[in-house]
Design a protein around this ligand. Sequence first.
Ligand SMILES: Nc1ncnc2c1ncn2[C@@H]1O[C@H](COP(=O)(O)OP(=O)(O)OP(=O)(O)O)[C@@H](O)[C@H]1O
Ligand SMILES: [Mg+2]
Length: 244
Amino acid sequence: MKKTSKFLEVKNLGKSFGGNWAIKDINMSVNRGELLGIIGPNGAGKTTLFNMVTGFLKPTEGSISYQEKDISNLKPHKICNIGIARTFQIVKPFGNLSVLENVTIGALRYEKDVNKAKKIAHEKVKFVGLGEYSHTTASSLPLGHRKRLEMARALATDPEIIMLDEVMGGLNDEETADMMQLVKELHNDGLTIMLIEHNMHALMSLSERVVVLCYGKKLADGTPNEVSSNADVIEAYLGSDDDA
Ligand SMILES: Nc1ncnc2c1ncn2[C@@H]1O[C@H](COP(=O)(O)OP(=O)(O)OP(=O)(O)O)[C@@H](O)[C@H]1O
Ligand SMILES: [Mg+2]
């Protein structure tokens, strides 16, 4: 067997919206078990990248492969079934369902027995620290809790890769520290993680490697130290009004 390439790999990936390239010529990969951070100013194309990997957007150009299989044109539920889960930057729970019910829906992706799915959901709800809110309706949760719910929903699908899109966005310092702890635990358990975050301290301290996107292009790819001393990266950040 030929030496395996990367766990998840994108090649020459591009997405155009009506002639405007949100991302273009992106080549990058994620190794199994890696915690890869993705940064870039607002509009850099980070969420668009996640949307393509998870099947919510079809690439205009290029390809995405997972464990050496081409997944470029799979629909979101298929992507989820093969083990790639995500959270949404704008959290999207079923507002009138309880926390536990929302997470059970995630678990039902692979566990068809409702009671077993509920059990899995219960564990994930506890893991993210929402145990006492199991029966609270999702719409009445404050943002910090909704972000955790989003995480529990993704985890309940039993992923091999989890793609976290600003799970710390809008959180206070204490909530951010708790979320960082959760991410660390998942990584220590062997989950492969892709993390988009504007909170530089959190991202740099958690990530083993960091990819920097800027205006849809890949600007840098390296360790947190390499990336934070990269002149192009410094320029991109100093040259923007971004709070990152
Ligand atoms: N569905 C869409 N239709 C048209 N343009 C879009 C669409 N989705 C994203 N874009 C554009 O693509 C570019 C990249 O957007 P994207 O949301 O991927 O950026 P981002 O890096 O996630 O930004 P942020 O840090 O603000 O979340 C932006 O110019 C955005 O306006
Ligand atoms: Mg985004």
